[in-house]
Design a protein around this ligand. Structure first.
Ligand code: 6R9
Length: 651
């Protein structure tokens, strides 16, 4: 780094400005052009993918209440799998497309683009042999193995709509999501492997399908561990057996730009989960373009996104974005702490990873285990680091930058949502100075605004609700078979604008910091504060590894603050530390936000993608432990039992 011009700001290193896809000036010019004339901008950048029939129209979108309609490149036709595979064969047939690192460090595979081509065509024919046609939906319940990418791309090849579910999803949730997506085929594995433990995927599918006797006609089972599993005659088939019976070749289907590509469920925190629909052309253009610019992707980079493939982050930045750009993408089956806490860093050295993209939850937990685990590796191949999924607090950002990135790698703190398809707010390496704790500025074509509760637009430095005033190509198009709910959920609160559900602060340089979900905002005597701000301040304390903060009812103040705190390895909970944390927050944020209760915890309830589930914590703080609402994405139920046993507001 060049030395800090302003405190807390990391200026763009010179070498980066010279080499990156874009520098500050070009970024600004491109951004201005993208907002001034989206048709022209996206008309040009839409050409980055191959079109069977080129589009003649670009943007046809309306956020008008009652008439919300989002269409991009509508009269163009293309195929996503062709773009991610076939198109690269002449130039990079022998280049590795997918590096697979198994749960056991001894399990490694390298799949070239030519091999990927052969695999995906086989998979496509296998799906067809089970009656899958254009427009049908297929549920994927697979571990992090290359077959997950094959199956997604095979669906795309024949125009089927995939609905991928986390391999940690329990049977009841599986059943309801299969039913919601109306899938007739489910693809799974005998078992999965994660951190040395077995995931009973086929057993779970059987349990789920007991509840849906008529819906699913075929279950395709990939042999991952080879463990014997029950196979229902006529319904269940091993993939290998089906593959033997189908042809090798499968030409891609010609798809309309607005044909659905996939459905993905968000975790509704209290309401029913939403089945977000993404379509073909705009989604791919946006995933590919953000992948190139945000990660400064160049030929030869090894890109590793640690997300589960079944998360939007995995869809866009393990599979579709990188492969559309002809990249080498790494799929990792395991967890950061198996066989040891240096696993991520071992994998980076082993495969010479240059672009590394993970979530704050992983960074915080690895930070809690000290620097030695990182330092046993060189990490010399790294060029850039990314973060996604939650706000990253400045303490973790600095640690990530210094210890993992050796002080030389920019960090892109990327804000986006399942609904947005790709990254919307982010620094661009080489173009934007970095501020720890801030996601930076909007990507090309993205028009964020901050509004107050009444919907009035706030200018300049402000804190408000984050809305997006116009459409971008990667935006979700609807909720599966429920357009009315789509309008209701996203376009009714601030008519004419897409409401993100997040709060944000904008500083004098126009940088955005996400302050948390608007529903989680804490209001003490009329003073509002986002959960991220309090949590970030708690985590800044040397003894704290993770924190979650919720409000609970108070007769006079409206709400009081309840904090759950996980300490770093080696620290012990005490009343003294509790008092110290309370004064720490008073000093950092102000006496209005005095924390009333501090509960020391062994862990926090999290979703499969590592987000804190605050609505459960709110109920525990209110001593309403039987009213948890939707817990379908809770990945660690044991932690909740521990929190309940040690709750502080017992009546
Ligand atoms: C990609 C993804 C979306 C919600 C989003 C916000 C939070 C994601 C963030 C972030 C602060 C970031 N979020 N990235 N908050 N900084 N860089 O996470 O999609 O699972 O749908 O969640 O995650 O609250 O609204 P999804």
């Amino acid at each position: 780094m060049n030395g800090n011009k302003k405190a807390g700001v990391y200026p763009v290193p010179k070498a980066w400005a010279e080499r990156a896809s874009t520098d500050a000036q070009r970024r600004e010019a491109m951004y201005v052009a993208s907002i001034a004339n989206p048709d022209q901008f996206w008309g040009e950048h839409g050409k980055r993918i191959h079109w069977i029939k080129p589009y003649s129209t670009v943007k046809d979108t309306s956020f008008e209440p009652g008439k919300v309609s989002i269409r991009w490149f509508e009269d163009g036709t293309t195929n996503v799998s062709y773009n991610c595979i076939d198109r690269h064969l002449t130039e990079r047939g022998d280049q590795v497309a997918i590096i697979w690192e198994g749960d056991d460090p001894k399990d490694v595979a390298r799949i070239t683009y030519r091999e990927l081509y052969a695999q995906v065509m086989k998979w496509a024919n296998v799906l067809r042999s089970q009656g899958i046609r254009k427009g049908d939906s297929v549920t994927l319940y697979l571990p992090m193995i290359p077959e997950a990418a094959y199956a997604m791309l095979a669906c795309a090849r024949i125009g089927a709509i995939h609905s991928a579910l986390s391999s940690q999803c329990p049977p009841e949730v599986l059943a309801s999501r299969i039913a919601d997506a109306a899938s007739t085929v489910v693809v799974t594995a005998d078992q999965g492997l994660r951190g040395g433990r077995k995931l009973e995927l086929k057993v779970n599918v059987d349990a789920a399908l007991d509840k849906l006797p008529k819906v699913v006609k075929t279950v395709i089972v990939v042999k991952r561990t080879g463990a014997p599993v029950g196979m229902l005659k006529g319904r269940d088939h091993y993939y290998d057996d089906l593959a033997e019976t189908v042809p090798d070749q499968c030409p891609p289907e010609e798809m309309k730009a607005e044909d659905p590509l996939f459905v993905l469920f968000t975790s509704g925190s209290t309401s029913k989960p939403k089945a977000v629909v993404h379509t073909t052309g705009g989604y791919l253009v946006y995933a590919a373009m953000t992948h190139q610019y945000v990660f400064d992707y160049h030929d030869g980079d090894i890109h590793w996104c640690t997300a589960e493939i079944s998360w939007i982050t995995g869809h866009s930045y393990i599979v579709y974005g990188p492969l559309a750009n002809g990249a080498t993408t790494l799929i990792f089956e395991g967890i950061p702490t198996y066989p040891s806490a240096s696993r991520y860093w071992d994998v980076i050295d082993k495969h010479k990873v240059s672009l590394f993209y993970t979530a704050p939850t992983a960074i915080r937990s690895l930070m809690g285990r000290g620097e030695d685990a990182v330092k046993s590796n060189s990490l010399a191949s790294l060029r850039l680091l990314g973060s996604v999924g939650e706000p990253i607090d400045p303490k973790s950002w600095e640690w990530y930058h210094r210890v993992v990135g050796g002080g030389r790698c920019p960090i892109v703190d990327t804000w986006f949502q399942t609904e947005t398809g790709g990254i919307l707010i982010t620094p661009l390496p080489g173009a934007t100075d970095l501020k720890p704790g801030s996601a930076g500025s909007p990507f090309f074509g993205v028009k964020p605004e901050l509004v107050d509760e009444a919907g009035d637009v706030l200018d300049g430095v402000a804190h408000g609700n984050l809305v997006i005033a116009d459409s971008w190509p990667g935006q979700m198009r609807t909720l599966y078979r429920d357009h009315e709910r789509f309008e209701q959920e996203y376009f009714s609160r601030y008519p004419g604008k897409y409401f993100t559900g997040d709060g944000a602060r904008r500083d004098a340089d126009g940088y955005y910091s996400i302050t948390g979900r608007v529903d989680d905002v804490i209001n003490v005597s009329g003073h509002r504060i986002g959960t991220a701000e309090l949590e970030s301040a708690l985590v800044a304390h040397a003894s704290v590894s993770e924190a979650a903060v919720v409000g609970y009812p108070h007769e006079i103040k409206g709400q009081d603050i309840y904090a759950y705190v996980v300490l770093i390895d080696g620290e012990t909970a005490s009343d003294e530390l509790r008092n110290e944390l309370v004064s720490w927050i008073r000093r950092a944020i102000g006496p209005i936000f005095t924390i009333d209760k501090v509960q020391f915890a062994v862990g926090l309830p999290k979703t499969n993608s590592g987000k804190i589930i605050r609505h459960i914590l709110r109920k525990i703080a209110e001593d309403k432990c039987t009213e948890f609402g939707d817990t379908s994405t809770l990945s660690n139920p044991a932690v909740v039992d521990h929190l309940i046993d040690n709750r502080l507001n017992r009546k």
